[in-house]
Ligand binder design. Structure first.
Ligand SMILES: [Zn+2]
Length: 268
């Protein structure tokens, strides 16, 4: 029998519906979700009887619970985590995992420590997203370990509880990063590979996620939650192609190429 799976969705910024996106860097724009879209997502999840899990809470779920579960995650520690997502989630009794790049905490546009403590006190999971939002494949092993260990210690010191979960900035999870994150004591590692998270007992558990883009409405969400092959399958094909192109171009040229493509699609 195959392991049960749970969709882990990843959001970045939740913007008011009437806020223009052109002041954001081109690469970020596709991932700026609208408040009304996010509200529709959480409404659909609650209305259809799904349970929200933290990422740390996925391990050990029964097959029956996994089938009716979803994990909502937020990368980067944007101000909208607290100002928009937190009240919408807590108002419905929902949980989520917020991944924080510790160097950004308290800066303009990002959450601060008091807000993180509020969210944690409610029951939200706070995980690490490195200190500096670095690109791990560019780092030597000792630098990787430092980003992983320092961000975990800072979060644990400031928030007073154990940090078990890590999400990889830019989503690239090379084998040396997985080894370093394991050494740094993380129990779960979220990447940006498109897949459902398999519920098993491995430590660390390495989970793919489903990245939410602006315009992903209820039909998309329902396709993911109900495991409709076409919806996830299309994303996986697109993701594999992207990885192939990225590998053959090298990352620097890839970022330039992506900028051009997004601009030409009006997302840039
Ligand atoms: Zn990030």
């Amino acid at each position: 029998m195959t392991d049960p799976t749970v969709p882990i969705l990843v959001y970045h910024v939740i913007l008011p519906d009437d806020t223009p996106v052109d002041s954001w860097p081109p690469g970020h724009r596709p991932y700026l979700s609208r408040r009304s879209e996010f509200n529709a997502h959480v409404g659909w999840i609650a209305g259809n009887g799904f349970l929200t899990q933290t990422v740390a809470g996925i391990r050990g779920l029964s097959a029956a619970d996994a089938a009716k579960s979803v994990a909502l995650t937020f990368d980067d520690g944007q101000a909208s985590d607290y100002e928009t997502a937190f009240p919408m989630l807590s108002g419905r009794g929902m949980k989520a995992t917020f991944y924080i790049a510790t160097d950004f905490v308290g800066q303009a546009g990002y959450v601060d420590w008091r807000q993180l403590r509020d969210m944690q006190a409610y029951g939200m999971e706070i995980g690490s997203h490195s200190c500096s939002h670095c690109c791990f494949p560019d780092l030597a092993p000792a630098e990787m370990l430092k980003e992983l260990i320092d961000s975990r210690r800072i979060l644990e010191d400031r928030l007073g509880s154990a940090v078990k979960s890590f999400s990889v900035p830019y989503g690239f999870a090379c084998p040396s990063l997985i080894r370093a994150a394991t050494e740094a004591g993380y129990e779960t590692i979220c990447t940006s590979d498109v897949s459902l998270a398999r519920v098993d007992a491995s430590v660390p558990a390495v989970y793919g996620r489903v990245g939410i883009r602006r315009g992903n409405g209820i039909e998309f969400l329902e396709g993911i939650m109900r495991r409709k092959a076409g919806v996830l399958g299309r994303m996986i094909v697109e993701d594999r192609l992207k990885t192939l192109v990225k590998r053959s171009m090298g990352r620097t040229i890839w970022h330039k190429f992506r900028h051009l493509v997004l601009s030409s699609r009006g997302e840039g």
